[in-house]
Design a protein around this ligand. Structure first.
Ligand code: AMP
Ligand code: ZN
Length: 135
């Protein structure tokens, strides 16, 4: 298995773990957006979130919640961003499902991506297409 995160989970490559149980692990991102940036991931090799078996969804979310609480208990943490990238088009670099849990501080200067308003009638049309695709 050549997956970097599988190697970390198997302890072939070291990482700064903050949590681990039967199904889920969490360790520090090596190149944090902010110090304390944690990656939470299932202990099964699945590349994208929509392919992750439902039995992992709740355990992963529970560890995200635990991590958030631990970060919010730290000094200088006023907020948290959760990020999750799927496919290279969306910025995914490591093809093993993982959530970014990023501590934020008021006025820390981190900018969100910009939004663009819909044109007349565009939102309803797009919503209809998505609605049809949701099973
Ligand atoms: P993504 O772009 O969502 O696939 O994010 C991959 C993340 O993995 C990036 O934020 C990297 O900084 C992080 N990363 C890469 N290599 C390591 C490593 N050896 N240990 C911990 N985090 C890593
Ligand atoms: Zn993997």
């Amino acid at each position: 298995m050549s997956c970097l995160f599988c190697k970390i989970l198997n302890k072939e490559i070291s990482a700064d773990f903050v949590y681990e149980d039967e199904k889920v692990a969490a360790f520090l991102d090596i190149n944090p957006v902010k110090p304390g940036h944690v990656l939470v991931l299932p202990k099964i090799h699945v590349e994208q979130l929509h392919d992750l078996d439902d039995e992992y969804i709740l355990p992963v979310m529970q560890v995200i919640k635990k991590t958030m609480k631990a970060l919010l208990a730290q000094e200088n943490v006023d907020g948290i961003n959760i990020g999750q990238n799927n496919y290279t088009a969306a910025g995914q670099v490591v093809p093993h499902v993982h959530f970014h849990v990023i501590p934020r501080k008021t006025g820390d200067g981190h900018r969100h991506w910009p939004g663009t308003a819909y044109g007349q009638g565009e939102a309803a049309e797009i919503a209809e297409k998505i609605k049809k695709g949701i099973e």
